[in-house]
Design a protein around this ligand. Structure first.
Ligand code: CFM
Ligand code: HCA
Length: 537
């Protein structure tokens, strides 16, 4: 219970609601919950943001192009739309990549058809075809992905037929995504569209000879600030072959043979659970939910993999790594915890980090008093056992159309037998508890938080740190509270794995133990007419 010495969360909620018109308050209050892990409360999530409210959310195009496909370095991601959609997604996510000498890397480029008014009136398909030909001519890529933006959907350009035609003409893999920004209520719909497209057009296109005894994929790790590099280091040392990461530091080729894996690990369940489910259904590959955010979680995740493969040598190696890494972690952790213990944090991000990062804070004695996602679904909040996982649309997955090769079929049977045996021994595959069961009683859980609610939380709780994104950063800091970006990590990272935990502890020591933020005078306290003049103009 975290009410001691803190404001009554129901009072905070009441004050927030008091400002809304009755109809809005009625809708909105279902998205704010005073947590009680024993009772297992329900929360409203994945619903449309009320018009007029300033949300943190992004769009379907952002979830598809930016999030899922963006980090793969050798697919040309061509945006069919006005230049702004490309420009605002150009390298801002800090997904890193390490091409080998001479390998393609298109991440630094921004590809767009730059549609104009005349294309809106007369159609943009001809321009799109020219752009595909031009990109092919200049870069000779292995694959091109085409992404629809809002205006393209409104005028009815068909990116799928253009893709088919261009694939035929140029002889490379070309596929389209109907990921118009308005298609869903948030980025989440974009993840789903991207998952379906990658599964249908990429996964299974190539085979590769087995390398090493154990082959895995890492799903939902996008190499923000170099996170995936840190995890690659650990798998490498343990002797586990990482076939593909979806999609941090990845290539299209690695995704094509990813169906040869023995196991899928899922980091961000929200953005990639569809691929995991489809790979299990078609190729029989089981998946396990893990989190490499936090040193404890990292150790647990490594043990989980070793346990799955049931090999004493692998387990011994994993234990050796954990012991060595934990020694380094503990020294820094204890020094930092002595200074950070008892501080309060809040975090409002995406669809998985608002949960995962609480572990890192707990490790240094910082309590999360309020947290929420931008676009998660109820299972991310309440746990998979409470809410069944989302159903995959049968029309887009095309499982029946794809013939599984004979040897792979045998291989799949093996995995099914293995899974059954492990289940009998109590191995947890979908050990996904959700955020709320793991948060303290009386913490405030808020879905799709908005600006007004953010201001009120800061006023009441006076947190020592607020974690969110670039749109929130400066207004929160002007209130005298430091803001750590949990999306881009500001200029820092990696924060995953053991080295990542050390980086994060040190960053928190730096941010939590300075008195500078208490010296900030909120500009609108002394100069309220700034607010007034903008409202009038
Ligand atoms: Fe998954 Fe992500 Fe996240 Fe996400 Fe995102 Fe991101 Fe995020 Mo920004 S895939 S849900 S759509 S962990 S881009 S790397 S930081 S909101 S919490
Ligand atoms: C996105 C990407 C984003 C935005 C981050 C932010 C990211 O949703 O389009 O608002 O600071 O991580 O880059 O989530």
């Amino acid at each position: 219970d975290i009410t001691q010495g803190l404001p009554d969360p129901s009072k905070v909620m009441d004050e927030i609601m008091a400002k809304y018109p009755t109809k809005i308050a009625k809708k909105r209050q279902k998205s704010l919950v005073v947590n009680d892990p024993a009772e297992g409360k329900e929360i409203q999530a994945n619903v449309r943001t009320i018009p007029g409210i300033i949300t943190q959310r992004g769009c379907t195009y952002a979830g598809c192009k930016g999030v899922v496909l963006g980090p793969t370095r050798d697919i040309i991601n061509l945006v069919h739309g006005p230049i702004g959609c490309s420009f605002y997604a150009w390298l801002t996510r800090r997904n890193q990549t390490r091409p080998a000498e001479g390998e393609d890397n298109f991440i630094t480029y921004s590809f767009s058809t730059d549609i104009q008014d005349s294309n809106i009136v007369f159609g943009g398909e001809a321009k799109l075809k020219d752009a595909v030909r031009e990109a092919f001519e200049i870069f000779k890529p292995k694959a091109i992905g085409i992404f629809s933006t809002c205006p393209v959907g409104l005028i009815g350009d068909d990116v799928h037929s253009v893709s088919r035609e261009m694939k035929e003409e140029l002889g490379i893999n070309i596929f389209g995504f109907s990921c118009e920004g308005y298609r869903g209520v948030s980025q989440s719909a974009g993840h789903h569209i991207a998952n379906n497209g990658v599964f249908k057009n990429v996964i299974g296109n190539n085979n590769r000879e087995r390398i090493g005894k154990y082959q895995i994929n890492l799903l939902g790790e996008y190499n923000i600030g170099g996170d995936a590099f840190e995890l690659e280091r650990l798998f490498d040392e343990a002797g586990i072959t990482l076939l593909s990461t979806f999609s941090g530091n990845s290539t299209i080729e690695s995704m094509e043979y990813s169906h040869m894996a023995d196991l899928n690990l899922i980091m961000c369940h929200r953005s990639i659970n569809y691929i995991a489910e489809m790979m299990e259904e078609k190729y029989g590959i089981p998946w396990v939910k893990v989190s490499f955010i936090g040193a404890e979680g990292s150790a647990k995740a490594l043990r989980k993999v070793a346990e799955y493969f049931d090999d004493a040598e692998l387990s011994a190696k994993v234990e050796e790594i954990i012991e060595r890494e934990m020694k380094k972690v503990e020294t820094v952790r204890e020094a930092v915890k002595a200074k950070t213990e008892g501080k309060l944090a809040m975090m409002f991000v995406g669809g998985s980090r608002a949960h995962h990062y609480q572990d890192l804070f707990t490790e240094i004695g910082v309590t999360t008093v309020s947290a929420g996602y931008e676009f998660a679904h109820r299972d991310d909040y309440e746990g998979r056992d409470v809410i069944p996982s989302i159903k995959i649309d049968a029309d887009t997955r095309n499982i029946e159309d794809l013939t599984v090769e004979k040897d792979l079929e045998l291989y799949r049977e093996d995995l099914a037998v293995k899974k059954e045996k492990l289940l009998k021994n109590g191995y947890e595959f979908s050990n996904y508890d959700g955020m709320m069961p793991e948060m303290k009683k009386n913490s405030l859980v808020i879905d799709d938080i908005n600006h007004w609610e953010t201001e009120k939380l800061i006023e009441y709780y006076k947190p020592d740190i607020f974690c969110a994104g670039i749109k929130e950063k400066y207004v929160v800091q002007k209130s005298g509270v430091p803001l750590k970006q949990l999306h881009s990590y500001d200029y820092g990272g990696p924060y995953a794995g053991f080295e990542g935990a050390i980086n994060f502890y040190l960053e928190m020591e730096r941010m939590l133990c300075t008195r500078i933020w208490k010296m900030v005078t909120t500009p609108w306290k002394t100069d309220p007419e700034i607010v007034g003049s903008f409202a009038i103009n």
